[in-house]
Ligand binder design. Sequence first.
Ligand code: GLN
Length: 293
Amino acid sequence: MADKEWNVVDLLKTTMAFFSDRKIDEPRLSAELLLGHVLGLERLQLYLNHERPVSPAELQAFRDCSRQRLQGRPVQYIAGEAFFYGNRFAVDERVLIPRPETELVLEHAMERLASCALSGAGMPSILDIGTGSGCIAVTLSLRLPGTHLVAADISGDALAVAERNAADLGTGERIRFVQSDALDASFVDAVGGPFDMVISNPPYIPESEWASLQDEVRLYEPRLALVAPEGFEYYRSIVSMAPKLVRKGGLLCFELHADAAEGVRALLGSGFSNIQVTQDYAGHDRALSCIVG
Ligand code: GLN
């Protein structure tokens, strides 16, 4: 790439081909997101500005990003941002990268919440367990202004990211952040409640599946956010706390591991009713919700 004047489209084409050759996942998207990041342009704008020259300083920055991508670092961590439900969230290795499947869980939860008309005239109170980047809590706060939200995570590092995202997106005042472990008996008192809805995308990858995860996930994303020894520990603990965390008639909503629907149903005893499950784009059971009490 040396000694040549680059413009957007040539640089994209060359980089895509290079990423493809090196077997980088999603070569086109990677090149577009990274160049967009360096130039401060959205992806579509890259094509509207395809002949825009790339300055030597920009080229240098883009090469640095591309090098990180070639080493396997996820694009979102390199760019320091991920998009969730149309909003930009700052992300780095302290938090899980928000996934499209989680957008679906959020949608499932919001539909369920609307159909339950939970607190009559008032806005609902919601607890997000394992908030990570804060993507679920902040999005709910934006979509349902006036909602009382508590966002909990075991990781102080993750909470720092979530708080920043809440502040950047203008919901900082409306969310209380709590550092607490959902496997610990002190959790119920730490978060307060009861809430109209508890939502969680908890760690659900069993230890036994860790080795088979993509390198990008295994080497870069926080293990703490992903792994539960047997896969079900967080589901089990949250279900057992639910009668205290969720008010009678309120909702419990989980993101599921692709194979977890039956296992989670089995955890829900007679105290839970009206279980609904939604599949993701790949046809896996991904969101589950039920009424508590
Ligand atoms: N709530 C965040 C998300 O859904 C983080 C989840 C986690 O860390 N397990 O992306």
